[in-house]
Every structure is written in structure tokens, then in C-alpha cells.
Design a protein around this ligand. Structure first.
Ligand SMILES: Cc1cc2nc3c(=O)[nH]c(=O)nc-3n(C[C@H](O)[C@H](O)[C@H](O)COP(=O)(O)OP(=O)(O)OC[C@H]3O[C@@H](n4cnc5c(N)ncnc54)[C@H](O)[C@@H]3O)c2cc1C
Length: 405
């Protein structure tokens, strides 16, 4: 194999793995570095899991879709509720997108299953030099490429040569920090509480995915295939509250009972607190080094866009690196990657996720009423509803990126 265009990808999260598979399947040599070992790889806190239609098309391209569909749950319907009542405000069906995509639904499939399946594909791929238990430390840029300095699984330092280096290391990207690239944006003062509970909320009329607005305590409610089959409920928490108190079994029960009163204790399977950042790197490219996924942008999970838009970065970048390898594109095309994906991160993902949170927590009763009326009107008009779903499913953002030169 020709190694002159070897790509070093740091991070076997969903973004690093999708990028790696798209490249290796096109014949490129990739070294994929992951600090976790085979032993602790699956031992990660629950995070993403809503996979939008545009992303499912990309999974299909690398043969990942057929592996995750049986482990996921097809969810065509999304609901918008008012917590007081509770009152269903609007229902949207992805079937409205049947002319736009061969996947007119969302696949609820936990991030951990996606990385498990993709990692197993990477292991079987002869073009992938996968190094588990290997931590990226630093790098040097050369005129014709990069040298990554890593600590390998034996605890020794190693130097790896490649033409391109991609940071798919997640939000705390060392590469972004070492390049001094600003991570512009803000952090919300409140944290979000995530509770995983085995209880069938569908018997109260909820769909598999629900956004529930309330001026005091908004929430998101999503069903997951598991096992065990369960629901994930998100609540905001006061900025200065004590994490231990918030996560105590009594506090979690109380939170859920206030949300849905039952005569039994909830069967809680897990909980965690997370801080929400809205940030975008000032540039996604510096020389032969590129940022993708959470390393390049982070946002609130309301709308399920973080992992999805990161995977869209991966495929956009893969097409350009493949074009360069085949001599069909000049390296200047990597600036187009920055223009396309950074614009989408700012104008679409950030804007939409900030709007989503504002919509859920709006306190002004007049504005709340206007928001509800607008949602009802949108859902009842097929054209408006389709436009709404094209945005929510990220089909629009992929189309918009293609228009950016
Ligand atoms: C509660 C919650 C719910 C969410 N729900 C959704 C959702 O429904 N839909 C959605 O689209 N997004 C969602 N997100 C966001 C989503 O989880 C992230 O956007 C996504 O995981 C980012 O993927 P990534 O591959 O860029 O980074 P990560 O998933 O963070 O992966 C980074 C990888 O790099 C490795 N690594 C880090 N540093 C090094 C190093 N120095 N050397 C080697 N390896 C390294 C890590 O071990 C890890 O495996 C949610 C997030 C949260 C917190």
C-alpha cells in the first residue's frame, strides 16, 4: 500500500471511526489512535443515540447501517408537549421526508453500540492500523506531513508519520489546544440531569421522542432499545446545586414523581449530570491538521445534533482526503471543508440548538402561546411541516454545505 498519504486519526469515537472507515474503504491507509483499551472501551457514560436520516444514509455508505439497525429502534414520530396538562402541542412524522431520503425515520441507537460495531469493522479492515490503548500526546508539522507523538499500550513513546492528522478526540481536543485555536462560544450556567428509567411512558401518549416545554422545568423524553428497554429523561438543574444531592436515589425518585406521578417507585438504571457548552473552533484546518466532531464544535443535545453533525464532518472530510489521494483535488480543498462545515456548525447546529433550548424554557406567557400556535400551524400544514422536518433531520444542513464553495 502507498503510505505517502497516510491519515492519522485521533479518537475512536463515532466521528473518528466513521472517518476511518470511509477512508480505508476507498483504499487509503489510516492509523487510528484510541486511548481506551479493548477492556474498557465499552465502559463509557451514556451520550448520543438519536441518529437522523442524513446520518443513516452515511452509515449505509460504509456498511454500518445494517449492523446497527437490528440493535436500534426505528422512530418516525417526534412530539412537542407542554408539561402543564400535559398537553400535546404538535406531532411530526418523518414519513413527510419519503421523497427526500430512503430513511424517513430516526434510528434510536445508543452511541456505544455504534462505536462497538464500527470498531469491529475497523479491526477487520486491512487498511486500518488500529492502535488501542494508545494516547496521543503532541505533534510536529513538517512541510510534507505530520509526526504524532504517542504513548503506546506498553507505556512507551512512539512517533507515527502521516500526511494528515485529524483530531476526532472529542471536546477536550489536545490538538486544538496545542494549535492555539480558540473554542469560541459560551457555557450554560445550569447543568442537565439525565435519568435512565425502565417505565413505559408511551402508555401516557408519549412518542419515542418528546420535547416537553415548561417555564420552570423543561425536559426531553426518549425511548431506547437497551437492553434493558428504557427511557431517558432530561431535566435542567440549578447552577449551584450539589451534584451528590441531585443524584441521590431519593432526589431522582422525587424528580420523576413530580414529572409523572405513579403509585410505584421508578426502576432507575442510571443517572448523570452534564454541563452544556455551545462552542465552535475558530478554524477547522491548520496546514495538514484538521478538526472534526466535538473537537471542532459542541452544542446542547436538545435536537440530537452533536454526534450527527460530527459524522457529517467526517464524510465531508473523507471525500476531500480521498480526492487528494487520487490526485483529483488539490490540498486547497481542505479550506473548503473548513468553510462548509464551520458555516454549518455556526449557522445551523449552534443556531438551532440554542433556539431549541429557548423554546423549551421560554418564561414569557405571551411568547409561549405564540410559540405553541406556530408549532401547531407548522404541524398542520404539510409544506411547512416538511420544511421543519428537513431542518430537524439535518437533510437541509447537508444540502446547504454542498452549496458552499
Ligand atoms: C447526554 C448527552 C446526550 C447526547 N445525545 C445526542 C444525540 O442524541 N444525538 C447526537 O447527535 N449527539 C448527542 N450528544 C453529543 C454526542 O455524544 C457527541 O457529539 C459525540 O459523541 C461526539 O463524537 P466524537 O467522535 O467527536 O467524540 P467522542 O465521542 O468524545 O469520542 C472521542 C474519542 O477520542 C478518544 N480520545 C480522547 N483523547 C484522546 C487522546 N489524547 N488520544 C487517543 N484517544 C483519545 C476518546 O477516548 C473517545 O473514544 C449527546 C451528548 C450528551 C452529553
Amino acid at each position: 500500500m502507498d503510505n505517502s498519504n497516510r491519515v492519522i486519526v485521533v479518537g475512536a469515537g463515532p466521528v473518528g471511526l466513521c472517518l476511518t472507515l470511509a477512508l480505508t474503504q476507498a483504499g487509503l491507509a489510516v492509523t487510528l489512535l484510541e486511548s481506551r483499551t479493548d477492556e474498557n472501551f465499552l465502559d463509557q457514560v451514556p451520550r448520543a443515540g438519536t441518529n437522523h436520516p442524513a446520518t443513516l444514509e452515511m452509515y449505509e455508505r460504509i456498511g454500518l447501517y445494517k449492523r446497527i439497525e437490528p440493535r436500534g429502534m426505528i422512530a418516525p414520530i417526534v412530539h412537542y408537549w407542554e408539561r402543564q396538562g400535559p398537553q400535546l402541542i404538535a406531532e411530526f412524522d418523518h414519513a413527510l421526508l419519503k421523497e427526500d431520503t430512503s430513511f424517513p425515520y430516526v434510528l434510536q441507537c445508543e452511541r456505544i453500540k455504534i462505536v462497538e460495531e464500527a470498531l469491529s469493522m475497523a479491526k477487520d479492515d486491512p487498511n486500518c492500523d488500529l492502535r488501542m490503548g494508545t494516547t496521543f500526546e503532541s505533534f510536529e508539522q513538517k512541510s510534507d506531513g505530520v509526526v504524532a507523538v504517542v504513548t503506546n499500550s506498553d507505556g512507551e513513546q512512539d512517533r507515527i508519520y502521516g500526511r494528515f492528522l485529524v483530531s476526532a478526540e472529542g471536546a477536550r481536543s489536545l490538538i486544538r489546544n496545542q494549535l492555539g485555536i480558540e473554542f469560541e462560544g459560551f457555557t450554560y450556567p445550569d447543568r442537565t440531569l439525565n435519568i435512565e428509567v425502565a417505565y413505559d411512558f408511551s402508555r401516557h401518549g408519549y412518542a419515542d421522542r418528546n420535547y416537553i416545554s415548561d417555564p420552570e422545568e423543561w425536559s426531553n423524553l426518549f425511548q431506547w432499545p437497551g437492553p434493558p428497554k428504557r427511557w431517558r429523561v432530561h431535566f435542567p438543574t440549578p447552577p449551584d446545586s450539589d451534584p451528590e444531592t441531585l443524584l441521590s436515589p431519593e432526589a431522582l425518585q422525587k424528580k420523576l414523581q413530580a414529572f409523572m406521578q405513579t403509585d410505584q417507585e421508578f426502576d432507575i438504571h442510571g443517572s448523570n449530570l452534564y454541563t452544556v457548552h455551545q462552542r465552535v473552533a475558530k478554524t477547522f484546518r491548520m496546514g495538514n491538521v484538521l478538526l472534526a466532531g466535538d473537537a471542532a464544535h459542541v452544542n446542547s443535545p436538545i435536537g440530537g445534533m452533536g454526534m450527527n453533525s460530527g459524522i457529517h464532518d467526517a464524510f465531508n472530510l473523507a471525500d476531500k482526503l480521498i480526492g487528494i489521494e487520487r490526485g483529483e483535488m488539490d490540498t486547497d480543498v481542505l479550506d473548503r471543508y473548513d468553510r462548509q462545515r464551520r458555516t454549518i456548525a455556526v449557522e445551523h447546529t449552534q443556531a438551532q440548538t440554542i433556539r431549541n433550548k429557548k423554546l423549551l424554557m421560554e418564561k414569557d406567557p405571551v411568547v409561549r402561546r405564540q410559540n405553541q400556535d406556530q408549532l401547531r400551524k407548522t404541524a398542520s400544514d404539510p409544506k411547512l411541516a416538511r420544511d421543519f422536518m428537513l431542518r430537524a433531520s439535518l437533510i437541509n444542513s447537508v444540502r446547504q454545505a454542498e452549496q458552499i464553495e
